[in-house]
Design a protein around this ligand. Sequence first.
Ligand code: ADP
Ligand code: MG
Length: 367
Amino acid sequence: LDRAYGPSQRQKRIKVLINPFGGQGGAVKTYHKSVAPILAAARCELDVQKTEHQGHGIEIAQNMDIDAYDVVACCSGDGIPHEVWNGLAKRQDAARALHKMAVAQLPCGSGNAASLNFNGTDNPSLAALAIVKGLRTPLDLSSVSQGNDRFLSFLSQSVGIVAETDLATEHLRWMGSARFTWGFLVRLINKTVYPADIAIQVEHATKSAVRSAYRTEASKSPRAFDDRPVPSSSTGLPELKHGTINDPLPPDWHLVPHSHLGNFYAGNIAYMSPGANFFPASLPSDGCLDLVRIRGDIPRHTAIKTLLAVENNTFFDLEHVDYQKVCAYRIIPRHQKTGYISIDGERVAFEPFQVEVHRGLGTVLSR
Ligand code: ADP
Ligand code: MG
């Protein structure tokens, strides 16, 4: 038994959140059939609650007793982990709560990136096993400043084709995850552009710099290693180094017009959907977001090739794919009254926003 568990914590105390609305609506059934037996066999202590409305995950995490649990496991898509991190962020003791509480996903939604990346699977039973055996691992979380709000993003921010694909296909929920592929193709064929002004705090500007930063970071001590100091219970969220979207642009930043932007996609972890390693150089706590920009007016056959290259893992090297590592940015959409901005797959207002990464602010379970 010792060998089976290795250094992972036994009998984890898990707050299970089930989103009955996620994916095609099967989370409750999947939980009882494929997940609960495994968590029970591992003698995890379980406290199960269904989310009753949008934002309920925020309320639960904001008010929970963080000393009574080790993990919040979300039977959902990426939406509930996003809410849980944002609930923890709203607390007086945000820094300690985000450090103390590991957030995990049991894949039951249409977007299951959290499970793909940290559990290495989107199979609910294998994910449950990964949570049983998982080790606490730091994860970068980013602050998003928009209007007068500040909230956290653990996965991605997108403006343009990916955002529209995530969000404008809600009515195709019955398709399962195929709705994303379908939505993407339709917009590719239309050569849609999404003009914006963008200012970036770049960490690694060229692909060769990105590649060597990745190698250096990946060769360090094992990924699943948590040596962060425990924050005091009076520490809230870290201060914003670059201010908010309402502050003047930081003096060394420059807004660059992108009039033919097709895809602005910033990611914190590698896999966005099964087989789609969109951010192959990303690492969970490197203090960076990987930023992909692609023009919207490239020839259709090039666009289709790009889509296929994501699945073949040859995407990173394509000449028309701009790939950088960044630690902060501001983006201001232009010339459109309405459009889509997706933060972790959730729709936010179509307004300028600013993002900054907080290295290792959150906690996940990983192998
Ligand atoms: P999916 O990957 O299919 O989008 P998610 O788990 O990410 O699934 O959830 C989608 C949305 O459902 C989230 O915005 C979440 O707040 C919302 N939600 C949670 N509980 C409920 C509920 N009981 N009824 C309706 N929506 C809910
Ligand atoms: Mg990162």
